[in-house]
Design a protein around this ligand. Structure first.
Ligand code: ZN
Length: 326
């Protein structure tokens, strides 16, 4: 558990942190930004564990008192700071950081504050924290975790080393699912396609039955669409209103036509993303390449119209009728 070598992707960022440890050039404050599920907490935890490890290497040793304390979830010199309400307010910063940071560390080298959802910090909270960032005690290290860098005051940003966690290639997410979660190559590729380069999001999808039901339903309907009667198309458009606030079904539709196009063009299953549906895909890929590309574009157009507040049901009716045409 918790070693840099086990973390997928973002090799440069990880090397930066490890070199800081090796060279004894650890900054007092880091801002780790990345989308939900991108691994902010995992990277911060691994860095904190390494910094506190009594063996002093660039990976946690896993055996010393500090590593064992970390593994027990009870490290006295690693403090997690979280918002108590929707935002991280000035009271949170005062009670969870400022009143604590003047007390020296309990027994390890640093006192590390891992601040979750740091981008919810109010302006007053940021200003309260700023004084400490300007003159931090020698032992203090702050790791601010955030999705959104623009939420911070320039004065905070100028005091922190900002590191961006990048989305991983789909192939890397798929590799993780295969090796660490024991998924088949076909299933791994499908989940990776919907995970937006985030292992955390892929893991959420694995647990999310509604996602699997939605996919099953959407693919069945798309396969039936060419033979459907007009009345059935209108009924489906009405039924899709249940997904009004969850437009992942449009991703699923786009991916379907994308795979049909690849099946048609390349005649090989190698480049299909939805390998678990390869038989259905080859059976359905009857139209010309131009026609399939046009259909994928229709879905994108519907998405843009919905973003501009077009009527949901009407947009779906038009899209489905056009998708049905040969
Ligand atoms: Zn250790």
């Amino acid at each position: 558990m918790h070693s840099f070598s086990d973390i997928y992707g973002n090799a440069l960022l990880l090397r930066h942190l490890q070199q800081a440890v090796a060279g004894g050039r650890v900054s007092h404050a880091y801002l780790l930004t990345g989308s939900a599920g991108s691994g902010k907490r995992l990277i911060a935890d691994t860095f904190a564990k390494t910094l506190q490890c009594e063996a002093g290497g660039t990976e946690p040793c896993g055996h010393c008192k500090s590593c064992l304390a970390f593994d027990s979830g009870n490290h006295p010199d690693i403090v997690y700071v979280r918002p108590t309400k929707k935002t991280l307010g000035v009271d949170d910063v005062r009670e969870q950081i400022l009143e604590d940071v003047s007390l020296k560390q309990y027994r390890y080298r640093y006192k590390i504050y891992i601040v979750e959802q740091a981008d919810t910090m109010t302006v007053q909270a940021q200003n309260a924290l700023l004084k400490t960032l300007e003159e931090p005690p020698a032992y203090a290290v702050f790791l601010l975790l955030a999705e959104n860098q623009t939420a911070f005051l320039p004065t905070i940003l100028s005091r922190t080393v900002t590191l961006h966690i990048r989305p991983l290639p789909d192939t890397m997410v798929a590799d993780y699912l295969e090796k660490k979660k024991g998924l088949s190559p076909a299933d791994s590729a499908v989940y990776a396609a919907y995970a937006q380069g985030s292992i955390g999001q892929a893991l959420d999808l694995l647990e999310d039955e509604s996602f699997q039901q939605m996919r099953q339903e959407i693919l069945e309907k798309l396969m039936a669409l060419p033979q459907a009667k007009k009345g059935e198309v209108f009924l489906w458009a009405k039924d899709l209103e249940k997904y009004k606030d969850d437009l992942r079904f449009l991703d699923m539709m786009q991916l379907w036509y994308r795979d049909l196009l690849y099946a048609k063009r390349l005649r090989s299953e190698k480049d299909l993303i939805q390998k678990d549906k390869k038989a259905e895909i080859f059976r359905s890929a009857v139209e010309s390449e131009g026609e399939l590309a046009r259909k994928a574009a229709l879905i994108q157009r519907a998405r843009v119209q919905l973003a501009r507040n077009a009527n949901f049901r009407l947009t779906m009716e038009v899209m489905l009728l056009q998708l049905k045409e040969n």
